[in-house]
Design a protein around this ligand. Structure first.
Ligand SMILES: Nc1nc2c(ncn2[C@@H]2O[C@H](COP(=O)(O)OP(=O)(O)OP(=O)(O)O)[C@@H](O)[C@H]2O)c(=O)[nH]1
Ligand SMILES: C[C@H](OP(=O)(O)O)C(=O)O
Length: 286
């Protein structure tokens, strides 16, 4: 039950969000049927879409990670305002979130929103709904689409975040006295904020809700499914458009606007990861 009045919590000095991201090669084991480069790319684009929704909704966003090049990658993805907090203690997701919360509080942010990094359909309007609903409670959480996991956890001013993510985390957050942010308490539905993606079935659901642009670049509009992964080698330009060849020797179109992360001026012979629809590249990345 709420123990702190809305006015007491809303009097604070702003909201900071924290996301934990582990190293690319370890992520999303439940998407293992996908080729590993595509699984890593999907984990990355989902994090990028999640972070874009957060940066427009809160005063500060931190990512806690042990990936050394992360700050540069985030900047290339248009997320230079996101602060990377190096993971000094490799002790798992909840400890990473606690480290991020400490940083936000140290920077003067009163309210802390911990968020999973796999919400590719997340919209700023839904983050705003969650933050408005959360203000009435000292500590609250947004159950995920299954009701078993948690997609967000909020702690008001002066309240420890005390994250219990992973596994049956909705029950764990409930047992630790956090209030579930149901649609009734929020007075509206926020399916995009509950739709974390661990499997291709979850991804199909997120496609239906509307993906953010980074993840949408991997999906074939005609089928609503991920493109087919291929390693490709650029072969130069023909008729003003880029071309590449797959390792099976199939020639594919590589339009300039399908190059991800600001890739420019490709030389013939460059190796790229790509997802294809037929003989066209949907998205290519280093
Ligand atoms: N910084 C950091 N982030 C972590 C750690 N463990 C998990 N995470 C992040 O926490 C979120 C949830 O992670 P998990 O539930 O372990 O797994 P997942 O990678 O999403 O998927 P599965 O491997 O399929 O379980 C993801 O954004 C991870 O990157 C960790 O030790 N450190
Ligand atoms: C972090 C976890 O989410 P998942 O890894 O299952 O997306 C959870 O629901 O607590």
């Amino acid at each position: 039950m709420p123990t702190t009045s809305a006015s007491a919590l809303s009097a604070g000095g702003g909201v900071g969000a924290v996301v934990a991201l582990k190293a690319g090669e370890l992520v999303k084991s439940r998407l293992a049927p996908l080729p590993q480069p595509l699984r890593r790319r999907l984990a990355w684009t989902m994090a990028v879409d999640t972070l874009h929704a957060l940066v427009t909704s809160v005063e500060a966003v931190v990512v806690v990670s042990d990936q050394p090049a992360l700050a540069h990658r985030l900047a290339r993805a248009g997320l230079s305002s996101v602060v990377v907090v190096p993971e000094t203690r490799p002790a798992g997701m909840n400890d990473a979130l606690r480290q991020g919360a400490e940083r936000l509080r140290g920077d003067g942010l009163d309210r802390v929103l911990a968020c999973v990094g796999d919400l590719p359909a997340l919209r700023p309007t839904s983050v705003a709904v969650v933050l408005r609903g959360a203000v009435a409670y000292e500590r609250s959480y947004l159950p995920d689409a299954t009701g078993i996991g948690t997609s967000m956890l909020h702690a008001g001013a002066g309240v420890a975040l005390a994250p219990h993510f992973q596994g049956r985390s909705a029950a764990a957050h409930h047992s630790s006295s956090a209030v579930p942010l149901t649609d009734e308490r929020l007075a509206t539905a926020v399916p995009d904020a509950r739709r974390d993606v661990d499997t291709e079935v979850d991804l199909a659901d997120a496609v239906g809700l509307g993906l953010g642009p980074a993840t949408a670049a991997l999906v074939d509009d005609a089928t609503g499914r991920l493109g087919t992964y291929a390693a490709v080698t650029t072969v130069g330009r023909e008729d003003g458009a880029g071309r590449a060849v797959t390792s099976e020797g199939v020639r594919v179109d590589l339009p300039d606007d399908r190059l991800a992360d600001g890739l420019r001026a490709l030389r013939p012979g460059q190796r790229l990861h790509a997802v294809l629809t037929g003989t066209s590249v949907l998205s290519a990345w280093l």
